[in-house]
Design a protein. Structure first.
Length: 146
């Protein structure tokens, strides 16, 4: 039985990645549909943002799995371990910049603040996080998802 559990783990990871990619695609597609045009500026079309986010997804999952980064309580990635290498820090910055663009578009459509959209997204991410990944609680303390 143990060998069966080990052999299915890669399949579960693939399904999880596929679900995350699908969710990102659906959110960004909805933004484009609701606006009737590209939501973002010339260099930041919804398609370009979606593509960048999808390209980073595997590296982000790897860093989360290593316990180096986690999801904070405002909807953004954050270093848990201060020993990140510059490329890892840059990855976090790029992802957070794209998330902010998405949150800004959603906030504009909903007539609310970017901060509120980010906090709502953080709650969703918290629920979807994998066991062992770092998530930040409402008080700003890191904990591993159980």
């Amino acid at each position: 039985m143990t060998s069966l559990a080990i052999s299915t783990e890669p399949n579960e990871r693939k399904r999880s990645k596929t679900r995350m990619k699908t969710k990102i695609f659906l959110v960004l597609s909805l933004l484009v549909f609701l606006s009737g045009r590209a939501v973002f500026g010339q260099d930041n079309s919804a398609a370009a943002i979606r593509e960048r986010m999808l390209q980073r997804l595997d590296k982000i999952a790897e860093l989360k799995g290593q316990g180096l980064i986690g999801e904070n309580n405002t909807g953004y990635l954050q270093a848990v371990d201060t020993t990140l290498q510059p490329p890892q820090s840059e990855l976090i910055t790029q992802e957070n910049d794209d998330r902010k663009l998405v949150y800004t578009a959603i906030a504009s459509k909903q007539g609310t603040s970017v901060e509120l959209v980010g906090k709502r997204r953080a709650m969703q991410i918290r629920e979807q996080a994998k066991s062992g990944e770092y998530i930040m609680d409402a008080e700003g303390k890191w904990e591993k998802k159980k």
